[in-house]
Write a protein that binds this ligand. Structure first.
Ligand code: NAI
Length: 322
């Protein structure tokens, strides 16, 4: 039997902190897994590898000079902007990514934010546990208006896999759905009104951002954007931190122009302690976990297995640097 190729996972911890198994990958290759790898350790750990498997570790043109055996790179994520794909292509090293594994989980998180922002379940629970209800004269109390989603308008920016899934959940809540996406109207979504960006911005009670981070979308959510929104509406960002100008968002939350911001992503991750959103009111922040449901990570492992199998069979799939 042929000797197995050597594969090294440089930063496997977030995909698999220990609750799933690497065994399907171990059956294919001679595997070494590192939970994390700092930039100064990449060469030492990767120099003998035929296959590198990475999540956020950057592979630069310079590093490639020190990775003589490298034949294939597999990512543990959809995004691959940390890889010098051009330099890898010049060396005929294909890069395979993991497309569309977290759509359900990210769409679910969007509604976790929306429901928390308007139903305030955890805020009221904390209030009740601190004794407020015990001292109440009436059988119930609320200290800010409560709203139904039915009839409210959700604006979606970017109608790919996640945006489409979000639209279906919104429709189930009885929401009106407006959408701006450069690719235009998509068939099969009779509940979605495809329109221009201005209409989405000025008519939505909630805006959920599902576009990639590109030079066009960096800083998209800024003071000007927020000022064009309906007063006291909400923004949800599960896309990428730099899509929002965090200083402008924090300011709008402080002065009440924006009623709430729910974000899974920040401009720097982990954030600096002085990130203005950390102290902004009505700002919900989760630590980039929208993708991280157990089922999602199991699905990711399955796609990684398929990507490696396809490479070993001489016909790599999900290649992003053709
Ligand atoms: P996708 O590639 O299926 O859809 C992206 C959509 O954005 C496409 O319809 C595209 O036409 C549109 N778009 C491109 N440029 C645009 C622009 N300038 N303005 C408005 N729309 C634009 O991607 P998918 O799977 O729906 O993911 C969306 C984003 O969600 C990803 O780019 C990623 O940044 C983020 N994401 C975040 C995760 C998390 O854990 N928080 C997990 C997975 C994805």
């Amino acid at each position: 039997m042929d000797k197995k190729l050597k594969a090294v996972i440089l930063d496997g911890y977030t995909e698999n902190p220990g609750d799933i198994s690497w065994s399907c990958i171990e059956q294919l290759v001679d595997l070494t897994v590192y939970p994390r790898t700092s930039p100064d350790k990449i060469i030492e750990r990767g120099k003998d590898a035929d296959i590198l498997i990475v999540n956020k570790v950057a592979i630069t043109r310079e590093l490639l000079e020190h990775l003589p055996n490298l034949k294939f790179v597999a990512t543990l994520a959809t995004g691959y902007n940390q890889l010098d794909c051009q330099a890898l292509k010049e060396k005929c090293i294909p890069v395979s990514n993991i497309p569309a594994y977290s759509t359900n989980a990210v769409a679910q998180m969007v509604f976790a934010y929306i429901l928390e922002l308007i139903n305030k379940v955890s805020e009221y629970t904390a209030d009740v546990k601190s004794g407020t209800w015990c001292k109440c004269e009436d059988f119930c109390y609320w200290n800010s208006p409560l709203y139904e989603l039915d009839g409210k308008t959700l604006g979606i920016i970017g109608f790919g896999k996640i945006g489409a899934r979000v639209s279906r959940i919104a429709a189930a809540f009885g929401m009106r759905v407006l959408c701006y996406t450069p690719s235009g109207k998509k068939d099969g979504f009779p509940d979605v009104e495809f329109t221009d960006m201005d209409t989405v911005i000025s008519n939505s009670d909630f805006i959920s951002v599902h576009c990639p981070l590109t030079p066009d979308t960096a800083g998209l959510i800024n003071k000007d954007f927020i000022c064009r929104m309906k007063k006291a509406s909400y923004i949800i960002n599960t896309a990428r931190g730099p899509v929002a100008n965090e200083k402008d968002v924090a300011e709008a939350l402080k002065n009440g122009t924006l009623a709430g911001y729910g974000t899974d992503v920040l401009s720097t991750e982990p954030p600096e302690e002085d990130n203005p959103l950390l102290s902004a009111p009505n700002c919900l922040i989760t630590p980039h976990i929208a993708w991280a449901a157990y089922e999602t990570r199991v699905r990711l492992m399955g796609i990684l297995e398929q990507n490696i199998k396809a490479y070993l069979n001489g016909a790599p799939i999900n290649v992003v640097n053709n």
